[in-house]
Ligand binder design. Structure first.
Ligand code: FDA
Length: 403
């Protein structure tokens, strides 16, 4: 005989634990199943081990989705302040880093413990490690879950099994397979918040710059018009052996379309060409020395090599056209990535269950009563900076209250 529950939540990550706790606190008999050996690894490794658990400024504009309106309802009904109230109730010390990002003072482990405690307070049942292999729906609408440790029957199922990023800690395509089974559309999944790579030959001159970090402005796509398809971020960039990383690149990677360029402004505070041309009369120094006042020395040398200018050339001796070319290389460095580091390194998966298939109030599939999708499995992807957890909490609460 299969064990019977009101609700089975598949995936005990951020969204799943939140949803299970809320549904159980509302009086439902809930079972939470996860195939991982270790609970909530993504929370544990998040924010460098301190979990950037929300962002005080989180709003619909910080999320990508084919339907940008979908996330509004859940986000407005469970706000960063609501999650913060929970964090305070559990006496977890936290601090704000830049741009509204909230982190634990001590450890991400505290957020996991908090969610476990919330589940325990409402008698959530656990099955872990337990892999859900298949789901079938009976004629009366109930769901039968086949797992590697026996069957489970539930009136409702919440799919909180996440996206494809970081397969080595349990990511699976389970949500997408289920969507296909129930004839729900999928927005093509893609790695997001991910370092970008370049072909070996093209990147060879920049590979020695690995380790250099600086604040830049990076853009991609079109920013103007009725349907802007691009984005602009001002954050730190990091050179790596294979390409570019750092918050600026992770942010822009979610918007980048393969085959198109990203444009990096390495000195966003300065019009480099104009400054150099105006300084020809008064700046007596050699070009290399001038640039290394503004940029890391190795980067200045690399840029001069790439533009064919000698580091020991005197500014006054250089034609304006050469300085304009150098200015462009610094203020509008345009480069076409060959790809990304993929799901192995991506913090999230862009795309997922098409939101047009779901109720924005409850997260239930419109054509499969009793089947819900929450968290990263859904086509709602946050920027870097605590937004993805806020979506996990908010969508988990929306479903949890509706069950
Ligand atoms: P999540 O992936 O957390 O959970 C899904 C669960 O489902 C997993 O536990 C998995 O084992 C289980 N599962 C999958 N298939 C199953 C099956 N068939 N049967 C049973 N169980 C199954 N975000 C943020 O806001 N702030 C931050 O600081 C960070 N930092 C960060 C760092 C790194 C390195 C990564 C990879 C990601 C982040 N993120 C982040 C993103 C954030 O971690 C992510 O968006 C949420 O964890 C998504 O929560 P979910 O609950 O939707 O999925």
């Amino acid at each position: 005989m299969a064990k019977q529950f009101d609700v089975a939540v598949i995936g005990a990550g951020a969204a799943g634990m939140m949803c299970a706790a809320v549904a159980a606190q509302g009086g439902k008999r809930v079972v939470l199943l996860d195939h991982a050996e270790k609970l909530a690894e993504k929370i544990r490794i998040s924010g460098g081990g301190r979990c950037n658990f929300t962002n005080v400024n989180a709003g619909p504009l910080n999320f990508l989705s084919e339907n940008p309106h979908f996330c509004k309802s859940a986000l407005s009904r469970y706000t960063p302040q609501d999650f913060l109230a929970l964090v305070k109730k559990h006496r977890i010390a936290y601090h704000e880093k830049h741009k509204g990002q909230l982190f634990c003072d001590e450890s991400a482990e505290q957020i996991i413990q908090m969610l476990k405690d919330e589940c325990a307070a409402a008698d959530v049942h656990w099955r872990m490690p337990c892999k859900v292999e298949a789901i079938a729906q009976a004629p009366d609408g109930a769901f039968l879950l086949s797992t590697d440790s026996g069957d489970v029957e539930a009136a409702s199922v919440v799919v909180a099994s996440g996206g494809l990023s970081i397969p080595k800690i349990g990511a699976s395509d389970f949500a997408y397979r289920l969507a296909k089974q129930f004839d729900l559309r999928l927005v093509e999944p893609r790695p997001a918040l991910v370092p970008l790579t370049f072909d070996d030959a093209g990147w060879a001159p920049f590979a020695p710059l690995s380790g250099i970090a600086l604040e830049v402005e990076v853009t991609t796509g079109t920013l103007k018009g009725r349907n802007p398809g691009g984005a602009r971020f001002r954050e730190d960039l990091l050179f790596t052996h294979r390409g570019l990383s750092g918050p600026a690149i992770l942010q822009i990677s979610s918007f980048w379309q393969p085959g198109t360029p990203i444009v990096v402004n390495l000195l966003p505070e300065m019009d480099v060409a104009q400054t150099l041309i105006e300084g020809k009369g008064s700046i007596k120094k050699q070009l290399g020395n001038v640039l290394s006042q503004w940029l890391p020395v190795r980067l200045a040398e690399g840029l001069l090599a790439a533009t064919g200018l000698a580091a020991d050339a005197r500014l006054a001796d250089l034609p304006d056209a050469a300085l304009r070319k150098l200015g462009l290389a610094i203020n509008q460095w345009s480069l076409v990535p060959s790809g990304s580091e993929g799901y192995r390194k991506a913090e999230v998966t862009r795309g997922g269950i098409d939101t047009r298939e779901l109720s924005q109030q409850t997260m239930m599939a419109n054509k499969v009563p009793g089947l819900y999708f929450i968290g990263e499995a859904v086509d709602v992807t946050g920027w870097l900076g605590g937004y993805n957890f806020q979506w996990a909490w908010a969508s988990g609460v929306a479903a949890g209250l509706a069950l």
